[in-house]
Ligand binder design. Structure first.
Ligand SMILES: [Zn+2]
Length: 266
């Protein structure tokens, strides 16, 4: 199988036509006509992920976030991006990025998170230029904000989550947007869709206040954890349709580490 055949398989799941105009999706590094036998999946093509791919002899990395976003003015080792791109080229590793195309796609990041929480009657949250971003749906039964947060923390394998609203608040209808979805218009859309709680990442201080002001509970389940959960699903999908060796990275790409107060007095 060639790299371009793998690209076709991914684009069946996440058509580039769904991507936002500002985005940069597609085969961003490599030769579509090269043979592909092994693929590594990760949220980002970090130094660790590229080293892992090179050590494992992978021919391709599939990520959610685009490795190249803006113009590249020089390709040398003086920048982190330059070092990454050179290492990829030296090791003959292609990189495909499915970003907002995967967010908007049926069965993409937002649907994966909705499934994980067990939402039913799932609908889109916000109309964008090429599709619906975010999702709204109902839990099987009423629960508390605290119980839903605990369920989410376990399902996403994360250390903790920040919430607004009383932990005892009863919640049934859930809005969500994976990654960075804490814009006020998204929160208002969730409120207008009668959501009790909105799950996203990258929530700023005043956006958390805004959620409180409009009476919407908020769970900040982080940018990394709301999206990295999709990569094993995308990996399984490509494995099933290509028959190639497909593996998810061993690395945890979350830059933030959670440090809690040390109460031992040390
Ligand atoms: Zn993201």
């Amino acid at each position: 199988m060639l790299v371009k055949d793998v690209v076709n398989i991914i684009e069946q799941l996440a058509p580039p036509s769904l991507a936002e105009g500002w985005d940069n999706v597609g085969l961003l590094v490599g030769d579509g006509d090269a043979v592909c036998k092994k693929i590594l999946f990760a949220l980002d093509a970090t130094d660790e992920v590229i080293a892992e791919a090179a050590a494992a002899g992978a021919d391709m990395i599939v990520t959610h976030h685009p490795i190249i976003f803006k113009g590249v003015n020089a390709l040398n080792t003086s920048t982190a991006l330059g070092r990454r791109l050179l290492k990829l080229v030296k090791n003959d590793i292609a990189v495909y990025c499915a970003h907002t195309s995967l967010d908007i796609a049926q069965g993409g990041t937002n649907d994966i998170l909705a499934q994980l929480i067990g939402l039913k009657d799932v609908q889109g949250l916000m109309q964008t230029e090429n599709g619906m971003l975010g999702r709204v749906g109902d839990l099987e039964e009423k629960t508390t904000l605290k119980a839903l947060t605990n369920k989410l923390i376990k399902a996403l394998g994360m250390p903790a989550a920040n919430v607004t609203g009383s932990p005892e608040t009863e919640v049934l209808r859930v809005g969500l947007c994976t990654g960075s979805g804490a814009d006020r218009d998204f929160m208002l859309a969730a409120k207008n869709a009668l959501c009790d709680v909105y799950i996203t990442g990258d929530v700023k201080y005043h956006e958390a206040q805004f959620a409180q002001d409009i009476g919407l509970c908020l769970i900040d389940a982080t940018h990394y954890y709301t999206e990295s959960i999709a990569m094993p699903r995308v990996c399984a999908y490509v494995r099933e349709h290509s028959g190639l060796e497909c593996v998810v990275t061993d690395t945890n790409g979350e830059s933030f580490k959670t440090v809690t107060a040390d109460t031992t007095g040390e």
